[in-house]
Unconditional design. Structure first.
Lengths: 144, 144, 144, 144, 144, 144, 144, 144, 144, 144, 144, 144
């Protein structure tokens, strides 16, 4: 079974409680559980969340050979972090970029991403389901 | 069962034959068949493709009450057509924007869309599977 | 009597039903009827609507010597079509640009027009009445 | 009868004498007379012209409840004055923006207006008749 | 006792009546009274308001040696007037820039100021209290 | 003999009658005839003109294996159409971009082309002769 | 008594020693002591400083219901951090943005803030006193 | 003898006292006297200064046929006033733009002028002597 | 016979040896020979190449009445030299701009030319043949 | 007597013959003679013209201690040459920038200068007389 | 002996393993060893690497008087971190900016640095040797 | 021994005398001597300086097979010359870009280089030592 890492960036630990009109009322734990239920038989999933740019980089580096694909919602770091981009490139593992909200319907600074051009694909606007779509897309992309 | 319209823009009729290193070797018919197989039991699907901006607008207008959701790959018109945006807004039906390739990894003029900010969500880079993810996302969005 | 052509672009056939909070509840037919009533005695009016950029160009070309002035609401093509601009220049007939809504109060991409600098004048924001003002302005401009 | 204030900005007192190839040979007085003739029976009209930005603001403030709609040709201040915009917003009365010349056919700095997005509508390019069209549009907008 | 001049620009004479959802319901007189009450014992305060850019410049010039510090809310001129900047530089007296509303939460053209880089400091968003904070900050800055 | 398709975009059917001070007084038919005369012995030429972006795409797609090189004057679509670019790329046939007028001596929006970077070469400013130069250049480029 | 959190970002722990010609010679501890002295009777104050973007986010998240208002000097993160903006929005507590120096008199990249448009207000240029003004403004804003 | 009007804008009445390190220590009166001495025998000179944009426009309008050439130092209005540009164009009299300081060595917003492209010529950086050079240049330009 | 000058700018003396994957393997001498062969009977040709901007200007000036048309490949100076543009304008002789490579398919700074808007026409991308097309186009333009 | 060097850049040797509607009909020699006549008694003048950027730099370097002031019309190099700017700065001698035509009334690329911010002053639009004004301004600036 | 701190930012701990075609196959440890070997006799070297922006700031602050010069490769933070710039300015110690790859040959966002204008100098493109060049340059700059 | 060419652009012949606060007091001859002393045993060095863009291109072309690497300080041409870039690319020899001053700490137009993206590496800010660092870096890059 392929090993897939699901990585979440800043403020996503607040999911369900944070600005629910934008981000919905489903917690990160519930999202992770849904992923396990849907894909548990097809791949091995690990989860990580951090509010720290450096912490996210440390984690991505530490995945080493232990992940064959990544799903990342880098949250606000999507728009500002070159360092996470570099960590993903160093990991040399296919990744999918996911966002809960439709970033293109929000502030202009959320329309650009430092990650998108290096991703397998991008999914946004589908709330918690977006993670499921991302894992499905990733599994296909890596031939799993 | 919800009625879903799947709409494809210019040059997508060539799928499978056109620049296969970018767009892959799967034809539009095969994509439609895969959608029917996966979602045939959950929703009623219709398909349309046109190379004409006006033709696409005519079609969207004609859907009237006969579609409760749209999946649209407007192809190159994604980046230039305000008129299709207006037709979608006039239709007042939730829609998902899908692209076969990762538009953010291509020419700069493919990074902007006249549709994204009004879409439920955006999916790109997953090839034919992207349409399936789009329909799944759309069905959830419209509560189907 | 001067011959005036009134030309409407994409999605304007939906008038009265489309986003009525922006475009109002008056149909294109009613607008045309009001024009006939007000100006029927002063000029001869023809009407045309198309969702197709090429169709609009074909029509403008076909007017040939049969129109001495144009009122055009090019809808979304106002912001993207150089080809309609060229068709109008080729027709070499004075034209007035009209919009139902106040385009300057809407999205930034609606603030620029490919037609305005070649028009006799521009009128926007007055809903259906705008067409009447446009015809009155055009008739004065062409000395009718 | 509705009370309508017609306000003109800098250099419009020179109308008829100033750059007649752009602004025509009709004086501001003649414009005002034409307005009185056409709309005298439908609304009560007042007129004001000033070369001073502050003077225009003073006047707009002073209208208080004495105007139910404004037609304003702010002249060159159209492109530079945020303060007149603020005065109009403070007045909280619907207004129409009018220009004698087609500002979009002139220097680039005349293509932007600090007023347009707050106006009922915009009319330009019709010379003196533009004021009449503006009043007619305004009267309709305020239900007069 | 230090002499402090409090200067208000266009439309601020309408305070309390003008767009109260943005500017609140407190009049300029009430603001001035509050300043007198809080700082009357620490400094001598003078007040001036004008809708005229030239009038504001005349007043700033006329302060001559009669003010050792200024608090200025230049209103809309904040964003357009180089001449008031020059008058303040000519006065060669420390000044504080204050705005009732949070200008950064409003239209883009309100985000830039011709004065800020020459001010002691900037305060915005606190409504009438902002003037009190400005005077306190100014007094400290001039060692009063 | 190599098969060469000569494709003309919007308003070029009016050639000879349209703005002759810019586009000259030679008709499209005369241009085609001159091409036949000069190159009839070296290659097989087909001609197509349409005012419709979709029509042009349909035609380019339909050329399939029946053209080994294209000369295209996309007219106003040169500056706005990504879809024609995509059709040309899908056709995977070398093409030359030609314009009758010197587009760089005209409005700024005519200085950019969605096609140029994918063309064999670009020729503009030589009027009808430009088509002949284009065919000669194309024949050399495809080794005919 | 209202609970107010005072949060300082990177390098502010060096206050008094760091570039004193810009930031002055008062330490962060002294600032905190002054706040306690002035506002100790009106509200309950907590203090936090971190050089880490993630650390600041963790802290803001952790405040939960334990703060009814925030004063934040995000230091250099003011100009680069969308994640802190998001943490503040998630906290859903009114906040005031404060800077010791007049950021508008410094490098261009210090003129923009990711926080300002969501703040109650902004105060800059008043050195240590700015924190006092910020707390006073915040208390008024939250009705304390 | 030709009639020449010398017009000065905001803050130039302070000359000699205002920021002398930029503007020097010569008063406007002394400049005027030097002009009279040098050119008194060649032309008739009038002088005007105002801090008010409207006042400057009123004055330029009032010159009517009474000036055959203008020298204008519009001060800060140089960079912001379209209305003074329009007044000068309405006056239809050749004018020279002059600045005491070298505006190109100062803040970026002083590098653009709303007047320059319509002036006979521009002179800056020569302090009071600049007015003399301007009059000499103007006299030559008008053939005096 | 018309006299035509063919002028080449910097690094074009290296043709055939320089970056052959971009510029091909044909030397400048061979190009000149081909021009002589094709056009020797129709016009008199002179050739010049220099790496020096000043040298090119000297040469263009020296042509005086000895050239009735120019073909110029200004090489890299195309993108940076206003002085060569001015020399061409001073020569007041029709000229054609030619490039061996398709400049629009290369670095962005090669997409703009200081010469194009003043040329009869522009030809690029056809390698050595481009010079022949340029001479043919030029001869037609000057009626030879 | 002060030593003044008058330096002219590319194409200025053609003066009187080159585009006379822009540059007039006076030759460079005549300009130099007029300078000698007017200033021969006040300063010692030398003249230099070159079409070569390097030649101009060589000359400026060679002036060494032999010039106490420069008047430079760098022609087209004004807008493109950083190297001449550097040569002037290395020479460490005050210089005046002069242009025959009003560069601000011409193409946009003539509105910027690499020299202006380091000049004593700038004079443009006065034709040959501009050199005389420049020398007069320079002499005053260097106290001659 | 001078104390020199060598500081490395995010992902540089992966050196030798990360994207070796860009960053080479030499580890950070090997680089440090080479520095010790070459400069061990001339200065005292310390080394630090962190993936955390805050961690890097903490470290720079902690150097206090214990470093007389810094060599910093801030990795991706070079392009996004104002906070590290501020920490370096607070440290008030000369620093050299170094990059392994030639950042100017890579993505556009790597062409700007928040540090460069405050550095002694910048070195990029020389791989591991770049650190040695940087230390040599730094030692000279601090007179060691 | 590898042959290395050291090339200097405009105004660098003045080194030691020109703006010594920026460029230092060491002459170009002294720099060359230091290079000979340090690298004389490792490589063969040649030196060239010219103020002429064309002269620099001529020299680079003339190096032909006689240089296996270049160190170039193109001075001001760094920021404006595409032709030198092209000459270096034509030479097809690795080169290092060096600047005496830290160009990033100077005027904005010195922050961009037409050469950097094609260089092995860039070194700036180390004064004369920079040349030594450049040669060392170059020798390593070419395996000498």
């Amino acid at each position: 079974m392929k090993k897939i890492a699901v990585i979440n960036g800043p403020n996503l630990n607040l999911l369900g409680r944070r600005e629910p009109e934008i981000y919905g009322r489903v917690s990160l734990e519930a999202i992770q559980q849904a992923l396990e239920e849907r894909f548990g038989g097809r791949c091995s999933l690990t989860f990580f969340q951090s509010n720290s740019e450096g912490g996210l980089i440390d984690h991505i580096q530490g995945l080493g050979g232990r992940a064959e694909g990544l799903v990342i919602n880098a949250g606000a770091y999507t728009h500002t972090s070159v360092a996470i981009r570099d960590a993903l490139l160093a990991a040399a593992v296919p990744f999918v970029e996911v966002h809960l909200s439709n970033v293109f319907a929000r502030e202009g600074f959320r329309h650009s991403s430092t990650l998108s051009d290096k991703a397998v694909g991008v999914i946004c606007g589908f709330g918690p389901l977006g993670y499921e779509l991302a894992v499905e897309g990733l599994l296909e992309a890596i031939g799993a």
